[in-house]
Design a protein around this ligand. Structure first.
Ligand code: BT5
Length: 319
């Protein structure tokens, strides 16, 4: 609490704040003020100290920590609670554990680095330290397990829109969960849930977004915002933009249902209209990607003329 109060006092002024003033405003000793300043410095805040003037904040860390992300975030659900880790195996495991113990929806779990970041079907997610956004979000929508894919598409739309709004890069969505820029994967989404037969207890949306990583730090076929933009981006600012976007879209989904998402998804789709190969656990299909239906399934017309609805699988777009 004291740390956050010190930061907001710094943020309100361009001047130095004396140790005495800080100690008075916080109701703690000057030695305690100094300890908090040291802690903030260790987190990456650039705070200078001048013998007669006091302390001044010169620079903020681009770290995905609560004091940075929550600052003027003003969302209503997403980001209500923020947890940050320097290193995690996977933010998914932490989120599942928190959700199982009753954590309310909207909680966000960030890691600067993941030792075992995961994708779908046992695949892994490269998570170079401090270069991307590795985030899991706890949601508790009142839907059936069969409707969970809707939330994946909703999140993909929010991520693609955030990229477009923040960078003007032409982000598109490859069904169901990849965000591509110029045909290369910049972000992926993983949905895991805990459900009973007809109700979802909680859904964890995991999202990995490559922000400042170089291609050499990523798997083949991947890219980052920095690689596409030619310039780095503040991870904190992008995170805030994405959380605000998702918050708005999720509220619309809760109030109006899935229609608005589907309309936007179609506009942002890399897949629709293309010839696709779909890999399913037991077979492979090829045909024309026609549409997504109102459950989020991909509708593919096979060469035989038969129409298949794909609920989950891997899609390769054959150009
Ligand atoms: C995904 O899986 O795309 C979902 C990725 C979700 C990652 C987030 S990070 C925060 C949260 N915590 C986790 O542990 N996971 C989530 P999938 O569609 O299965 O794609 C995985 C494939 O994408 C891999 O087999 C690689 O080919 C490729 N890949 C791995 N790391 C990548 C990266 N950083 N950027 C682009 N592509 C990557």
């Amino acid at each position: 609490m004291a740390d956050e109060k010190i930061l907001s006092l710094f943020r309100e002024t361009d001047d130095y704040l004396s140790g005495e003033e800080l100690s008075r405003k916080l109701g703690i000793t000057r030695a305690a003020v100094w300890k908090h300043i040291e802690k903030l410095r260790a987190e990456g805040y650039n705070i200078v100290a001048q013998p007669h003037s006091g302390y001044k904040l010169l620079g903020l860390p681009d770290k995905l920590i609560p004091s940075e992300i929550a600052w003027k975030l003003s969302t209503s659900i997403i980001g209500r609670k923020i947890y940050s880790y320097d290193k995690a195996n996977s933010t998914m495991d932490i989120a599942i554990d928190l959700a199982s113990r009753g954590e309310p929806e909207g909680a966000c779990i960030f890691a600067e680095e993941q030792a075992a970041g995961r994708g779908r079907l046992g695949r892994s997610w490269a998570s170079p330290k401090g270069k991307g956004i590795y985030l899991s979000i706890i949601l508790r929508p009142n839907i059936t397990p069969l409707e969970a894919p809707k939330v994946t598409l909703l999140c993909a739309v929010a991520a693609a829109k955030a990229v477009r709004e923040e960078t003007s890069l032409p982000a598109l969505i490859k069904w169901p969960n990849d965000i591509l820029i110029n045909g290369r994967k910049v972000a992926g989404i993983l949905t895991e849930m805990n459900a009973e037969v007809d109700t979802v207890k909680f859904i964890i949306i995991g999202i990995g977004i490559n922000i400042n990583a170089l291609k050499s730090e990523l798997p083949q076929g991947a890219t980052s915002i920095k690689e596409e933009l030619g310039d780095g981006l503040s991870r904190v600012e992008f995170t805030q933009a994405f959380l605000r976007r998702l918050d708005k879209d999720y509220e619309v989904f809760l109030k109006e249902g899935f229609k608005p998402t589907i309309t936007e998804w179609r506009d942002l789709s890399f897949t629709l209209g293309s010839r696709v190969k779909v890999k399913l656990p037991n077979k492979e299909l090829e045909g024309q990607a026609m549409d997504v239906d109102d459950t989020g399934a991909l509708v593919v017309r096979l060469d035989s003329g038969f129409v298949e609805r794909i609920l989950a699988g891997d899609v390769i777009v054959v150009r």
